[in-house]
Design a protein around this ligand. Structure first.
Ligand SMILES: CC(C)(COP(=O)(O)OP(=O)(O)OC[C@H]1O[C@@H](n2cnc3c(N)ncnc32)[C@H](O)[C@@H]1OP(=O)(O)O)[C@@H](O)C(=O)NCCC(=O)NCCS
Length: 131
């Protein structure tokens, strides 16, 4: 697997459901953020950083409802890299027992590489990576 992409999956359980019986959008966004964190972890291997934090979650689009018992399969891809930041595209495909995977949610996330300073604060730091 390339260091510029990652896969991540979640199973939709009763605790994840909203009042109209579909996956709660805030839960989906939390999973999208985790999928982005996974590709960030991979992308930053070998960089002189302590990790990365989410700066923006842009253009979240819920394209299809997701149901109890679906698997949600995420693909997260680094699409551009700046000095301290990098942009990630996340696509979430829902997969029911008897249906083909369908594109349920798309989002763009910007993360910023950080390093702990001498006072213990995490500050932005160049990651030295390209894509
Ligand atoms: C992320 C953080 C460390 C950045 O520090 P900062 O001093 O505000 O940094 P800047 O505003 O100079 O931006 C840093 C980078 O993000 C980019 N950026 C900032 N705002 C952006 C936006 N709205 N859209 C796209 N990129 C943006 C900048 O262009 C810069 O990229 P570059 O270095 O690649 O050119 C700081 O804002 C922070 O700690 N935010 C809270 C993060 C957080 O708690 N996230 C949730 C939990 S993970």
């Amino acid at each position: 697997m390339s260091s510029n992409s990652a896969k991540y999956s979640q199973f939709v359980m009763p605790d994840h459901i909203n009042v109209v019986g579909t996956l709660f959008g805030g839960q989906m966004i939390a999973w999208v953020d985790l999928a982005a964190a996974k590709v960030a972890h991979r992308f930053l291997k070998g960089a002189d950083v302590d990790g990365a934090v989410t700066r923006t979650i842009d253009k979240v689009e819920f394209k299809e409802p997701v149901y109890l018992g679906d698997w949600v399969n995420f693909t997260a891809t680094i699409v551009s890299a700046g000095t301290t930041s990098f942009k990630i595209q996340v696509d979430a495909y829902a997969e029911g027992r008897d249906s083909e995977p369908r594109l349920a949610c798309v989002a763009t996330i910007v993360m910023v590489a950080v390093k702990k300073d001498t006072e213990g604060y995490y500050r932005k730091t160049p990651h030295g990576k390209s894509c």
